[in-house]
Design a protein around this ligand. Structure first.
Ligand SMILES: N=c1c2ncn([C@@H]3O[C@H](COP(=O)(O)OP(=O)(O)OP(=O)(O)O)[C@@H](O)[C@H]3O)c2ncn1[C@@H]1O[C@H](COP(=O)(O)O)[C@@H](O)[C@H]1O
Length: 160
């Protein structure tokens, strides 16, 4: 076999693959584009992202439960029991929430916060309030400090 100059051997993949180390390098080089494609395709989400959008979704679910079987749906049961019961349940959950906050129980506070939000949404459904009404009010307030807002309120002349 005729002797191949060193410079040519360097560019010959077949030769290079036969050498330990060099073969690995070549393999890595060739695999790179495929790896990049795999990285570029995001994995399909198996469950919805845990964001505040859950509040809108939960509202829609609770609305859909209105008038359905109270034996099957807790929301339907609560809604069928009327405004006073709904408000009472919200109040109970709020108290449980503040108890956990004062006790410094972080995990329990998270759970109770979820209870409060769920019961608040049931209260909105009963009262005919749409979440977007509340989001609009929060947006209107955005950027206004509570201190400034309070100072701008008209003073009650009868206040002591
Ligand atoms: N987020 C909640 C949620 N949070 C709390 N709860 C229920 O709220 C109830 C609170 O328990 P309590 O013992 O305090 O209330 P209670 O059983 O009414 O007790 P009483 O005051 O009547 O004695 C429990 O049954 C909880 O399971 C909830 N029930 C439902 N949801 C959501 O609402 C969706 C629809 O639920 P259903 O309407 O049940 O289909 C569900 O898929 C969830 O996403």
């Amino acid at each position: 076999m005729p002797k191949i100059p060193k410079t040519m051997r360097k560019n010959d993949d077949t030769k290079a693959a036969g050498k330990k180390g060099v073969a690995k390098k070549t393999a890595r080089k060739k695999a790179a584009p495929a790896a990049a494609i795999v990285k570029a395709v995001p994995a399909l989400p198996t469950e919805p992202a845990a964001t505040a959008e859950i509040l809108d979704r939960l509202f829609n679910v609770v609305v859909s439960r209105k008038g359905t079987d109270p034996a099957v749906s807790h929301s339907a049961r609560l809604l069928s029991r009327g405004r006073r019961k709904i408000a009472q349940k919200f109040g109970e959950e709020a108290v449980e929430c503040l108890i956990e906050a004062v006790a410094g129980n972080t995990e329990e506070l998270i759970g109770e916060s979820a209870d409060v939000l769920y019961h608040l949404i049931v209260m909105w459904v009963d009262a005919g309030i749409h979440p977007s009404d509340v989001w609009a009010e929060l947006t209107r307030r955005e950027g206004t400090s509570g201190i400034a807002e309070k100072a701008a309120r008209p003073r009650d002349p009868l206040a002591v």
